[in-house]
Design a protein around this ligand. Sequence first.
Ligand code: GLV
Ligand code: GLV
Length: 326
Amino acid sequence: MKIFVTRKIPEPGLDALKKEFSVEVNPFDRILTKEEIIKGLKGKDGLLCLLTDPIDNDVINAEPHLKMIASYAVGYDNIDIAAATKRGIPVSNTPGVLTETTAELAWALLFSVTRRIVEGDTFTREGNFKGWAPMLMLGQDVSHKTLGVIGTGRIGTTFALKSKGFHMHVLYTDEQTNEQLERELGAKKVTLTTLLKESDFISIHVPLTKQTHHLIDEKELHQMKKTAVLINTARGPIINEKALVRALTEQWIFGAGLDVYEKEPEISEELHRLKNVVLQPHTGSGTIETRTKMALMAAENMMIGLKGGIPPNCVNTEVFQKNPTT
Ligand code: GLV
Ligand code: GLV
């Protein structure tokens, strides 16, 4: 069987696949266009794709042999799952292995913004450090503050648990009660409005869906404290980027730390100029260890899926449900 891989991923994943299948990898060091993906898929049985690939109805229906899609990401908002399910194609993702890594990046951004790390680094490199000064580049304490976690799935929960050493008061929003957070941190489930009004630091950990698109818009930014810091390591379109630019420019909030953007890889021109925002190039899962684990996980799902088994990280298990009445 044949597989198309839309971008070079860590070797251990590719090696595992090459043992069993004929593997074609995107030869370019760049994101492929939709047309190129369709071309690459010709005659292939499996597609190993990335979060940057638009796997829509056209792509899913382009190749009649296609029988498995393994995505090298936990978020799968870029894939038309309904279209894949309709064709009986299982889709898998890479949950769990990147949970700690992404939670760590959210903390890295939180500290970068509160202690103005990037601004301080630039200031120092540019030769502006003339000695210790009482009022130089003052930031904010993190310890004993209120942490607001929007969405407490795997990553949100892990992010919140890592606050333990900082003795924080934790608020969260989620559809479900998070018993672990309530038990271990005394966290409180609140409405989004309460979380926005009462939190000092707010971190987003929901997937991108129709319901979470622009979850944080002008109104929500206005509800935050003037000293609030907003962190987004989830998906860009959860925040209205234009509204965030206004909030940062007019200082409705203290700052933001972003790993994701509304129209990646485009970033609002204004964000480049603002000092109270830290910009990271979507590297939430970007450690050597984690990217290797993701490659092995995507390869394993592909191998099991192509052999007709249920991929362990299948996100549309409906395709395996037999329904004799239809
Ligand atoms: C990264 O954003 C992922 O979804 O894995
Ligand atoms: C993603 O893996 C999440 O559940 O937070």
